[in-house]
Design a protein around this ligand. Structure first.
Ligand SMILES: Cc1ncc(COP(=O)(O)O)c(C=O)c1O
Length: 478
């Protein structure tokens, strides 16, 4: 370890950041959300720094954090028509909110020995993670192949006596469409089962659009049967990372994810969320940004992001080889290619033009897609993104669909994911041209061939290969 002076640290951090995707400027259409409001960003950073060492572990020691949490939960509840008596918590992100919703649903039903939750196939992967960690079986239900919305009848049919939770998205991440929450929540309620609406994306943006888009079907607590709802502030509230809200229709519904332990000789452990020690920084930053931006500016930002989404969707109709996977209900857009090209090459071509658009792999009958999350900041470059998407798609068509060597697919497909060992994995990495020195993974500049290979193999093998890659990437440096 070296010791560095302040200036050197600053330079080193800047150099480290140089290869990251840009977080501002509206050109990164996944992972980040840019309001384009420099003052809001500065206020968020200031609050983040000022509260970074406070600890949410004990709300009596840091009452400021409790006040800000209750304030944010109240505002969030107001946005999504939470009923009188609702309760919530601030978490570190959508995944933690979802984890707690699943935990609360599971533990409210100690009578169910092998609990299940019913998920439309487009439900976020965080539910699969929660299922895996919490021992709740995920029962997958195919979505409508055209609208990409959950099939409410199929969801209802999948509910049985072991079901502890039913899930709907508003909107789904992969396709940006809102599930039919009313019939899904009604079916859940009729069976006495909880219904969670994943509004991690839509929770802060849809309410601000609703006045102008009143045709949208209801998706929040106004729908009878909705028992919990997640909404992320680090997405469309444009706050620094690390803040989501989980709301329950009543304090009683929340009760089963609160945790206290007095079974040790140390301090009383009393947690509402997965973390115990938790920095007050993200919470304070969110409180500051939310109060600075305020409802009117949020409405403006939502309209800008929505308009950019609609403009690109309209432009795609005129781009040969490309079409929208489903008309967007919110500020996310999902695109498919025809057989003249592939989404993975279009993604690489867009990156070469300074845009990050996210490749998504096929699953069951759902084809591979390109995902675009629109921030308000992208609106200023609407014409440029259209021009670049036209050029990127033309290049992808000129190159033709990326060819995955059939012997490589055969080699990969012969692998049993359950028994994938180091040697087999190393051989596959070498055959795919991904092996660097010392068995490390070396990712190429153009990811299309790798993505196409992953797309070609079944999801369990895809998972095993991805785990092998992350295992090699996350290793101590020399
Ligand atoms: C609909 C939806 N749910 C849940 C999540 C998970 O949120 P996080 O990445 O904050 O854990 C995401 C993230 O994109 C999402 O889009």
């Amino acid at each position: 370890m070296t010791t560095m002076e302040h200036d050197e640290i600053r330079e080193a951090l800047a150099a480290l950041r140089a290869r990251d995707l840009p977080t501002h400027g509206g050109r990164t259409l996944a992972y980040v959300y840019d309001s384009g409001l420099a003052t809001a960003d500065a206020i968020g950073r200031e609050a983040l720094a000022a509260f970074s060492s406070t600890n949410g572990l004990d709300p009596t020691a840091f009452p400021s954090l409790l006040r800000m949490e209750n304030d944010l939960v109240g505002i969030a509840g107001g946005l999504v028509d939470a009923p009188k008596g609702f309760a919530g918590v601030v978490t570190s992100g959508g995944t933690e909110s979802i984890f707690l919703a699943v935990l609360a649903a599971r533990d409210a039903r100690p009578d169910v020995v092998e609990p299940r939750m019913v998920l439309p196939t487009t439900a976020h992967a965080a539910f699969h993670k929660a299922a895996h960690w919490l021992g709740v079986e995920a029962v997958l239900v195919d979505v409508d192949p055209v609208s990409k919305r959950a099939d409410a009848d199929a969801v209802a049919a999948a509910i049985d006596e072991r079901t502890v939770l039913v899930v709907a998205s508003a909107p789904s991440y992969a396709h940006g469409v809102i599930d039919p929450v009313e019939p899904i929540a009604a079916a859940a309620a009729a069976a006495g089962v909880r219904c969670h609406v994943d509004a991690c994306i839509g929770g802060w943006v849809l309410p601000h659009l609703q006045a102008s888009e009143s045709d949208k079907a209801a998706w929040n607590f106004a729908v009878p049967g909705v028992t919990s709802l997640s909404l992320d502030l680090h997405k469309y509230a444009y706050t620094p990372k690390g803040v989501s809200v989980l709301l329950h229709a009543s304090a009683e519904l929340r009760r089963t994810h609160l945790f206290a332990s007095a079974r040790w000789p140390g301090y009383t452990m009393l947690n509402t969320t997965a973390q115990s020690t938790k920095s007050g920084g993200p919470l304070a930053a969110a409180w500051a940004v939310v109060h600075h931006i305020g409802p009117e500016r949020y409405a403006d930002l939502a309209r800008q992001a929505r308009q950019a989404t609609l403009d690109l969707a309209a432009a795609v109709a005129g781009i040969p080889g490309l079409s929208v996977a489903a008309p967007p209900d919110s500020t996310l857009l999902s695109l498919v290619t025809d057989d003249t090209c592939d989404v993975f090459t279009v993604s690489d071509e867009m990156l070469a033009r300074g845009w990050y658009v996210q490749p998504q792999m096929r699953f069951r009958d759902l084809p591979a897609t390109l995902h675009l999350t629109f921030s308000a900041a992208t609106a200023a470059s609407s014409a440029q993104i259209v021009a670049d998407l036209i050029a990127a798609t033309a290049s992808a068509r000129a190159a033709g669909p990326v060819a995955v060597p059939s012997d490589l697919v055969a080699m990969a497909s012969a692998i049993d994911p359950a028994t994938l060992d180091e040697a087999t994995f190393a051989g596959l990495l070498a055959a795919a041209g991904l092996a660097g020195g010392d068995g490390a993974v070396e990712l190429p500049e153009r990811m299309a061939p790798v993505n196409a290979l992953l797309d070609a193999v079944p999801p369990p093998l895809r998972e095993a290969l991805l785990l092998g890659v992350i295992d090699r990437l996350v290793r101590p440096s020399d």
